[in-house]
Design a protein around this ligand. Sequence first.
Ligand SMILES: [Zn+2]
Length: 197
Amino acid sequence: MVGQLSDRVLLVDDEPLVRRLISGYLVAAGYVVRVAVDGLDALGKLREGLPDLIISDLNMPRMSGFELLDVVRQRFPQIPVIVISGVAADEMPEGVAADAYYHKNGFGFDQLLRTVSDLTRKPPLRTAAPRVDNKPVWARWDGNGHYTLNCEDCLRSFSVPRAPNMGRDEKLTLCVHCGRTVQFLTSDGDPQDPALP
Ligand SMILES: [Zn+2]
């Protein structure tokens, strides 16, 4: 039950004690472990490189494990995810699309290691999604002075005020949620666009 040299695990939990305990076990078993304190922090870690497996808590500030799972399934469906929760349940909580469920207080670490080992050795469960990096997104005019954008990193939407002379060129802004630079194009829907005749 020893991890292979290349097996990298991203552990996401807002409780320092849980991070320390589980990462200690995983490192002792031979895994390379990175930790994140919540979903948004995890997305930042994913930008630096993709792990072979994600272990994530569900209830966390800023971005929960539920939302993180959604984002990972859409953007990195090839990465298996184990959900860990303090809530006692024999089975996966309803509505959670994880590959395995681990109850923090109810299961032994041996079982977690077995699950990690099983999931990292299996051939990928799903094929990778095409990369969307550096592709500008279309901004939607909200009819009230703002454009609505979808961040392709955290998949949340936010709005930016329309600046005078924005023009039609590609523009840059920062996602208010995750801090990622978003390139966007403004649509033709803005009736106040000075570029319109
Ligand atoms: Zn974002």
